[in-house]
Every structure is written in C-alpha cells, then in structure tokens.
Design a binder for this molecule. Structure first.
Ligand code: NCD
Length: 331
C-alpha cells in the first residue's frame, strides 16, 4: 500500500494541529529558537554565551530550571557518553526524561522520522535530543515540529555539543582560543566531531591542521572552512601544536573502503615519542570512544597531557547549558 500523499495525510490526522503549517506555527520552516542543529551557522556571540552559561552550571548542585519539562532522547545510533551526559544534564536541571531507541520502538515498525516526531510531540515532549545516522535528520525534524531540536550527532555532518564541550575543555587549560594551533588526526572524513570542531575553532582564530591518509583526509577536507591545512605526515602535523585531537577510525562508516589498520597504526598512531614534538603543555583530546593501541597508545591516553576524561566530565555542564537555552531558561 502506498503511503497517502502529504496534504491529505495531515488532513486525516487533526490530532496534530500544532504541527500543521499556520501563521502561528513558527516551526513551519524555521527551527524553533533554542534548537541546536550545528555549529556552522551559529554566531560567535551565541557560542560564547553557551560557553559562559556552561561555566555557571554545576551538575552536583541541582537547579530546577527545567522542572516539569519533558525531554526525549531519540537515539537511532549507539551512544554512551553523549546520551548519558545529556540525560544527567537534563535531570540535574529537574527535567523529566525518556529514552527512545531505534530498536524496541515504532521506528523498527517503519514509522518515519517526522511521524515519530509528531508522536513524541503529542505525548507532551518539550524538546527532542536526537542522534541519527543520516546527515540532516534533526534539521528535517526541526522543520516540522514546534519544539526545540538538539542535534546529538547526524551522520557524518555535525556534532555541535561535542564541539562546544571541547572548546569548554580547551578554555579550562588555555587563556584564549585565539592564536592556538590545533591538529586533528585520523578519520576526519567520517567525523562529525571534526567537522563541528573545525567550524567552532576557526570562528575563534584557531589555526587547524588536518592529518591522515587520503582515505581519511581527502584534499577537499581543506575547503570546509578557510585556512585549514592538510598534511599526510604526523611529525609535521604535531610539531609545535597546542591541541591534538585524535579521532576513532569509524569502521562502521567505511563502506567497503580498504584501509590497513596496521598501516594506519604505524603511520598515525599517537605515541609518547610523537607527543614530545608538540608543545610541552599541549593537550591530548579524543571525543571517545577511544581504541587503545589503534589511534593512540595507552600511555598517551592515560598520560598527564590527556584531557580525554575531562572532556566527558565537561559534557554535563555544557549540555546543561544547551538544554537550558533550548527551553528558554538560560539564567
Ligand atoms: C563520537 C560520535 O558518536 O560522533 N563520539 C561522541 O559522541 N563522543 C565519535 C565516535 O563515535 O568516534
């Protein structure tokens, strides 16, 4: 059976009047104020406001800014730290939360993203935090719903909350972003983390070098934002850098590409010897999950320059700020 065409379909379901395009429905084409879909189109002042708000958030001292607000975590992809930290962030602000995972929900029965969104809105969701394997999925949702949508990672596109918590982490160790040299090493092509980081850091004057084999860092990657540099040589990438961001090899997105992991390890793995080429106070970052022995050695992961655990920790106040802003409680 063919699904009914869109206008008739909506007419047959008057139960969702809020979502029907109307003069009063601001979600007709534009995401609702407070949505966070990506870093690319955020202004520097909006990013700074979020970073400042995160500094005032204390996950262990509850503030009921979001009391009785219902937040849905709609996850079509695996997640540990992003989901947990969003959930703890929401709960420490007093929100009511629920998790919808692709397996075990109507998504498995073939329901579309938009219909799932309408359903969540109809049960009373005030905000949806969404992770999806397709780029643009949260943007599509945001065009159809009149509640804020937060992108928790859309395919190979953006991961805005990760870029924000990374900037927050860097600023805990460095006075300013301006003038810093950052190096992103690894599977840049498949990485929404790298994409969002490039957008954010270049807005604040960080000089970025991308490093990896052509399969992971194609020349075209340099065109993402002005001023990016690409190198294939790890030593050249690390020398004198202030921030090293390592990325996981995203085997789930390689789609038949043949990459020799052994080759990758021998040319690009971050070891203690390589790390010595960076500035003495260089930070080692990784969004996680880390694979010890692949993109980095265990001694680098656990070493004094590593802020990997700190990044995860900072995810909670950063996401508290994102949710407070989303629901108009940025105090
Ligand atoms: C990343 C993701 O899912 O985009 N992890 C995260 O959210 N911290 C990176 C990855 O999976 O490699």
């Amino acid at each position: 059976m063919q699904p009914p065409s869109t206008p008739a379909y909506h007419a047959a379901f008057p139960v969702y009047p809020k979502n029907k395009p109307s003069k009063n429905n601001p979600a007709k084409n534009h995401p609702v104020r407070g949505s966070l879909l990506g870093i690319e189109h955020l202004e520097a002042y909006e990013i700074l406001a979020l970073l400042q708000l995160a500094r005032r958030m204390n996950p262990v001292k509850a503030r009921p800014l979001l009391r009785n607000k219902r937040i849905v975590f709609l996850f079509y992809e695996a997640s540990t730290r992003t989901r947990t930290s969003f959930e703890f962030a929401a709960k420490s602000l007093g929100a009511i939360t629920t998790l919808v995972h692709a397996s075990g929900s109507s998504i498995e029965k073939g329901e579309s993203i938009i219909d799932t969104g309408y359903t969540l809105r109809a049960v009373g969701a005030d905000c949806i935090v969404m992770r999806h394997p397709s780029a643009g999925a949260p943007h599509l949702m945001a065009r159809h719903l009149d509640i804020p949508i937060i992108n928790a990672g859309d395919g190979m596109h953006e991961h805005p909350s990760q870029a924000l918590l990374d900037a927050f982490t860097i600023l805990k160790h460095k006075k300013s972003l301006k003038g810093l040299q950052a190096t992103i090493i690894g599977d840049v092509f498949h990485s929404r983390v790298a994409r969002s980081a490039c957008h954010l850091l270049t807005k604040f004057g960080v000089k970025i070098t991308l490093c990896g084999p052509p399969e992971f860092v194609p020349e075209v990657a340099a065109t993402l934002v002005p001023g990016l540099r690409v190198t294939r040589h790890l030593e050249d990438a690390i020398r004198g850098t202030d921030v090293i961001m390592l990325l996981r090899v995203q085997t789930e997105r390689l789609a038949g590409q043949k990459i020799s992991l052994q080759d990758y390890v021998s040319r690009y793995q971050m070891t203690a010897a390589h790390l010595k080429l960076a500035r003495r106070d260089a930070l080692v970052m990784h969004p996680g999950p880390i694979i010890r022995g692949l993109e980095l050695t265990a001694d680098v992961a656990d070493g004094p320059q590593s802020v990997i655990v700190d990044e995860v920790h900072n995810g909670v106040p950063m996401r508290m700020a994102i949710l407070a802003r989303a629901l108009g409680r940025a105090k």
